[in-house]
Design a protein around this ligand. Sequence first.
Ligand SMILES: Nc1nc2c(ncn2[C@@H]2O[C@H](COP(=O)(O)OP(=O)(O)O)[C@@H](O)[C@H]2O)c(=O)[nH]1
Ligand SMILES: [Mg+2]
Length: 198
Amino acid sequence: MSEVYFKKVKFVGSFIEAPTRFELPQFVFCGRSNVGKSSLINALLNQKIAQVSKTPGKTTTINAFVVDEKFYLIDVPGYGFAKRSKSIINAWKKPIDDYLLNAGMLRTVFLLIDARVSLMPYDELFLEWLNYHNLNTVVLLTKIDKASQSQLALTKKHLQKFNLQYIQTSSVSKKGIDRLAQLIMQACDISFNLELFS
Ligand SMILES: Nc1nc2c(ncn2[C@@H]2O[C@H](COP(=O)(O)OP(=O)(O)O)[C@@H](O)[C@H]2O)c(=O)[nH]1
Ligand SMILES: [Mg+2]
């Protein structure tokens, strides 16, 4: 049985413009299309609230969920630019950049990286951008259930270059979900009582 960390989850809405007015701590899930953002949000919240898609790039709006009236999880559209024009890339980027730079109570940007493929060129650019703007960033390695030991070793080596905190996760096996929940609760000053979770 899955662990239950949070009780009350509400879908707040889909936004084209950045919802910077939220007055609770916010945690953002960023990363390439198909990397597992929506799946990880669902695993963390223990419900199918974020849309999981077989077609990459389906989420085109910023989706917000409020959890236990204590914090927001923000699911942003993924980048997966290979076949897209520059104007589409800019149209994607602007609202997200605006949001990340203006959200008053942004606590952590979770950058999701597929454990099997490591950082792609755009991930590196985005990391540099996050770093330049001093945004607190934690890498979540996804689909760890499918990664081989050698793939994982390469990914970890690659991450060392950026000196980043990371958590290994799987939405399938639920590995790392406890650490992710703990990190969020600590960042919101919600006491983390392990006994509650058994
Ligand atoms: N094996 C495995 N598959 C996953 C995992 N997380 C997501 N997926 C699959 O990857 C695909 C994309 O997931 P999704 O959450 O929609 O990615 P998003 O585009 O980043 O929101 C779906 O087919 C998921 O079922 C995981 O931890 N393990
Ligand atoms: Mg998604």
